[in-house]
Design a protein around this ligand. Structure first.
Ligand code: E4P
Length: 215
């Protein structure tokens, strides 16, 4: 089970990396824009902090554009993974990028069928969007579980990333459904580490220790 940070916030990534709990990072154009970051320097900085895969998404939907952008981004660092959308041109770009030795994260998958096609195209990672699948009225737990079972059955090398987390329950259910990786926004990564009862207990122990030392 691997955990990625779903953010482009460099200081947050630095902190989670120091906890020793993140294996990689995912970004998308909306994340970069809402974090107020500039793409190239931010991604280069993240790649220095995290040795694992760092996903950066293309900003075009046409085949030539995706291959051109993906090839340029891949030269930024050794651990760059190119995110391409799971549309026909994106599948074609996945094949072309793979032929150049570039790793891909085929993204925005909302169904089992799209995930299977992404794997057939040679995606290194396939991103199924847990929250957005739920928005469509389908059960994302089942979609991930079925996809993971099929990938196992075929001996398929693509790894499933569960993204689009809306709650801590989505994170937990993604892991339980068999996603290889769950990509988690900072607020849920913090929530995973925190529990008011733990805080209360830790403080209780410390107070008891201080009491003994006073005697
Ligand atoms: C991760 O790879 C995805 O881009 C991200 O989790 C999408 O999240 P959203 O559905 O909240 O936009």
């Amino acid at each position: 089970m691997k955990i990625f940070a779903d953010t482009s916030k460099v200081e947050e990534i630095r902190e989670f990396a120091s906890w020793g709990i993140i294996d990689g990072v995912t970004t998308n154009p909306k994340i970069i824009a809402s974090d107020g970051n500039e793409l190239e320097p931010t991604i280069k900085e993240i790649c220095k902090i995290v040795p694992g895969p760092v996903s950066v998404e293309v900003t075009t939907n046409d085949f030539e554009g995706m291959v051109k952008e993906g090839t340029a981004y891949a030269a930024w660092a050794k651990n760059i993974v190119i995110k391409v959308p799971v549309i026909p041109a994106g599948l074609k770009a996945t094949v072309a990028l793979k032929a150049k030795g570039i790793k891909t994260n085929v993204t925005c998958a909302m169904s089992y069928n799209q995930a299977v096609l992404a794997a057939k195209a040679g995606a290194t990672y396939v991103s199924l969007f847990y929250g957005r699948i739920g928005d469509l009225g389908y059960d994302p737990f089942i979609v991930i579980k079925d996809t993971a079972e099929t990938f196992r059955l075929w001996g398929c090398k693509s790894e499933i990333i569960s993204g689009s987390m809306r709650s801590l329950l989505d994170v937990n259910r993604s892991m339980q459904a068999g996603a290889h990786i769950v990509t988690v926004p900072p607020k849920f990564l913090r929530q995973m580490a925190e529990n008011p009862q733990t805080e209360k207990t830790v403080n209780e122990f410390l107070e008891a220790w201080k009491g003994i030392k006073k005697k």
